[in-house]
Design a protein around this ligand. Sequence first.
Ligand code: RTP
Length: 147
Amino acid sequence: MEQTFIMIKPDGVQRGFIGEIISRFEKKGFSLKGLKLVKVDRPFAEKHYADLSAKPFFNGLVEYIISDPVVAMVWEGKNVVATGRKIIGATNPAESAPGTIRGDLAVEVGRNVIHGSDSVESARKEIALWFPEGIISWQSSLNQWIY
Ligand code: RTP
């Protein structure tokens, strides 16, 4: 079953959106497979965002991610990578549709509450980076009715 990596960024944690965000993924029918509150250091954040190292906003982005704890999660389900990105909304909250997490909860691209893997391959790499200890395998008793 497909998995994705979702991170609630420091602003999402500080603003009290952990429950709201988990609820949106649960209501859609996805399963939470990994969850931890972590404060990452600069080398780790630079590794996570390595693909963006040439961007002018890279240093600010890294400073933001290391500033306070984030919630790292693994979610599982049918098409969870692409559907997760739809639930999250466009990168710039000014362009995110109402009803999406960023469309409802954010106004600034530099404080857009949440990250979600952009492909199955990125998800695999990000889950390995953030959960090197691995993911506990378990099944919800509701699984047979979710889809
Ligand atoms: P994410 O990786 O956080 O899910 O975001 P994304 O794929 O929607 O967007 P991406 O282009 O990968 O950018 C990663 C994060 O960098 C910040 N950003 N700031 N100041 C700016 O112009 C700017 N552009 C991007 C955002 O926090 C974005 O989520």
